[in-house]
Design a protein around this ligand. Sequence first.
Ligand code: ZN
Length: 406
Amino acid sequence: MRKPKASLYLRFRMPDGKQSPYCPVLYDSKSRIRPFWCLVKGMPEHHPGATYYKRVKRDGKWGWESVGNDANTALSQSHATPLVVTKAANSKQNVATAKDGYRIDDEVAVYLLNIAKLSPKTYKAYKRSLELFQQSCQKIYIHQITKQDLQAFDTSLIEDGNEDRTRHNRVQHVVTFLRNEEGRRHGPAIKDVSITVKYVEAPPEAYTRQELADLFRMSDEDEKFLWRFFLGTGFRDSEVSVAEVTDVNRDTKTIRVDEKPYFGFKPKDREKRNVPIPDALISEIDARAQSGSCCLIYGNHGRPNGHLLRALKNVAFDGGLNCGKCKGTVDGKEVSCAEAPVCEKWILHRFRKNFATNRHDGGASARKIQKWLGHSSLETTLRYLAVGDDTSGEVRSIVNGVHVGL
Ligand SMILES: [Zn+2]
């Protein structure tokens, strides 16, 4: 009898940045896989760049295993794997017996094999974190790890002079490894062993006048409109991608952020809000709505546009605006921003910072700006406003004014 084979699924990045559920892949009438097509809530959808997963049972436990980004490789991999993988079939992997539990060193080795396909930067970071954890924790089996081991690990990171952000990341890598949500090691998920290392994330710097002038000079009309929309609303990327013409209230001259289940968009309570926007932006939205076919303000064939960041990076790269000094990854390879659209200087979040500082400089209170940005705490907003533009005309006149007559 033929054993049933593992079935294939796709997972893609949704407009809000989260991973989609596992969606079954689609085949054509001759049982050939249709690359990057899957069934989402009963409807066929195309998601180029999504990742294939197979669902298999290993040692009595169902799980997901990534089989990469190529449809045919994924298909052959799923054919090669019987639906149920028993210990005997898997003995090559040198997994400890369930009686003893799963050895930490074995589990780290398997885990690293399974994340080798991630970007080199991510892989190196996980590898280092797991190495450091193994140096700090002397236990043999993974089920023996407790919160105290994580606390001791964090203490060792402090002693080595690591910054809060690094400690946060290293501890988080170990917690992700323990949780095993992606099925990247053999043993069971360890869900309740977790600690939080708090760190204060520095807000991005606003674009300078010169940077914005350069960006607009290098952009076409659609792109200019997109940057004006970011600057005029202060929206997050995910909020811009699902913004619709109908969100604009012409009486109050505001735009609303609210839940949109039909796009899988679910903001937190404090993020639901009305933001007053410039008259000129409203006119521009209306003018575009009359010429467009869909109610999304910046959609992509009727679907939320998930490539806004890519658009910005491409304009900056094509316009020769990259700094030329930073590095990013393309198809898993490290490249310089001088030769690819990966400059970390060009990120959408910086527009939000411009929105906040411009309105603050214009006289709006921090409380108002907090509400408009959809921040849950005033503290976050104050951090946004803390680093202002020290080259503005206003600062120059204050600096010069108090110096008069000395
Ligand atoms: Zn750069």
